[in-house]
Structures are given as structure tokens and as C-alpha cells.
Design a protein. Sequence first.
Length: 65
Amino acid sequence: MIEPLPDREPELRDADDRPVLGTLLAEMQLVAADYLITGDKDWLALAERFPIVTPAGFRAAHVGL
């Protein structure tokens, strides 16, 4: 089980998403996650600061691997 890290992201639009962001940060520290893959616009707004991609973007980057 992964314990979410605290985050201090002021631009996170939905406070209910804080545990998800904390889990992403914890996973990144453990080198267990490379991306958060989502179509949610609230998350995609943070893609410049965190490894967040759309399903189509992930597929395009990894086709043929």
C-alpha cells in the first residue's frame, strides 16, 4: 500500500484530488510510476509540472515499444 505524500499544489482545482496527487508523488519517489494517465481536464492543467498525460498522448509516445 502506498501512503500519499502531502502536496502543496495551489492550482489543484478539486480538493478531493489531493490524495491522488499525493499518491502520484509517493509513487514517483519510489520510481514505481512514470505517469498519471487521464482525460480529466483538471489534472491535465497540471501537466506542465507533473508527469500527467492523456491516454492518446501516452499511446502516441509508446507505440511500438
